[in-house]
Design a protein around this ligand. Structure first.
Ligand code: FAD
Length: 330
């Protein structure tokens, strides 16, 4: 591109320099963690700048009813809750901007974060609140029935399926945990497992086996879902690719994915410690990463709880850790 425009290397550098902005506190991500960090950081006079990313408001904007966020006795929709958080963060002066962080250089302070591949923001402190993305099978029906029977969060949505029949997809520890949790609420839980064994730990396998209303469908894979507007059942391959392959149907009201999450941490992996899945490691009990001045909060660093309220709580911690860091390292 530069060749086409006939710009010299020096001109390129100058042009880039012209698009550098220096700020005190940068927050990447606009889910419950990012907005809560913004509310606290703005009220502490850190003049936070937030980039919202491709999903302004984060994961909760993809759901309807949120019944477990404290303070809303009648529940609230995900988009409304996130709009309220945004208003609260704006009220105290957070500079909320549309934009995606596409690269990061955390080798020294100020930290340099590239936005949309061009603009560079230099921040004295950085709060990473980029969340995690639930993995889906990639079936058209998952989109068709999103919020109408398809869920990637048992803790969030299990309550809506009390005394009903549901299926959980996956064979790892998370799937086993979610199946056991749902078995406490639902009439019947099918576990759809691709192999003839569970990847889950022995302890979890035993707990699955001893839960009477869980039925494991070994060597089954989902072909599709059916139902009039909402999920009423699933079509499954049994023994896919083998001589005895057949298609079976189960009647279910809910279809829960438990095949993992992908933390949005790729652009930081060169500098920060991540676990084997990609969750950013923080010092226990804090939001501190291994780089002083870089903090992580919410689902991007939490493989365990993954709830809006825990994300919000850790966003508060990140802003308080940032405030202390900046006052000690002005
Ligand atoms: C369908 C569904 C229903 C749910 N229901 C509930 C519920 O009822 N109750 C509950 O407590 N929890 C629920 N959850 C879980 C809850 O949504 C998450 O735990 C919570 O949103 C995590 O917050 P977060 O701020 O860490 O990240 P997220 O909400 O994932 O937000 C991440 C943010 O980072 C931004 N981002 C990512 N990468 C970049 C980048 N490179 N540059 C800039 N920005 C970036 C995104 O645009 C997004 O704004 C649900 C989740 C789903 C998917």
């Amino acid at each position: 591109m530069f060749e086409k425009l006939n710009l010299s290397e020096n001109q390129q550098k100058n042009d880039k320099n012209a698009d550098i902005e220096k700020i005190k506190c940068l927050i990447i991500g606009s889910g419950p963690a990012g907005y809560t960090a913004a509310i606290y950081a703005a009220r502490a006079n850190l003049n936070p700048v937030m980039y919202e990313g491709l999903q302004p408001g984060g994961q909760l904007t993809t759901t309807t009813e949120v019944e477990n966020f404290p303070g809303y006795p009648n529940g609230i929709t995900g988009p409304e809750l996130m709009e309220d958080l945004k208003k609260q963060a704006s009220r105290f002066g957070t500079d909320i901007r549309w934009g995606l962080a596409t690269a990061a250089d955390l080798s020294s302070r100020p930290f340099k974060v590239t936005i949309d591949g061009s603009k560079v923001v230099e921040a004295e402190a950085l709060i990473i609140a980029t969340g995690a993305t639930a993995q889906y099978l990639g079936l058209e029906d998952e989109k068709k029935y999103a919020g109408s029977g398809v869920s990637a969060c048992a803790t969030c949505d299990g309550f809506f399926y009390r005394k009903k029949d549901i299926a959980v997809v996956g064979g790892g520890d998370t799937a086993a945990e979610e199946a056991i949790y749902l078995a406490g609420l639902c009439n019947k839980v099918y576990m759809i497992v691709r192999r003839d064994e569970l990847r889950a730990s022995k302890v979890m396998q035993e707990r699955v086996k001893s839960t009477p209303n869980i039925e494991v469908l070994w060597k089954h894979q989902t072909k599709g879902l059916f139902g009039d507007g909402v999920v009423e059942g699933a079509e499954l391959y049994k023994n896919k690719g083998e001589a005895n392959e057949e298609i079976v149907k189960i009647k279910i009201d809910g279809f829960f994915l438990a095949i993992g999450h992908k933390p949005n941490s790729d652009i930081f992996k060169e500098y920060l410690d991540l676990d084997e899945v990609g969750y950013i490691k923080t010092i226990p009990g804090t939001s501190k990463t291994k780089i002083p001045g870089v903090f992580a909060c919410g689902d991007v660093q939490d493989s365990h709880y993954r709830q809006a309220i825990t994300a919000a709580g850790s966003g508060c911690m990140a802003a308080m850790d940032t405030e202390r860091f900046l006052s000690e390292n002005a």
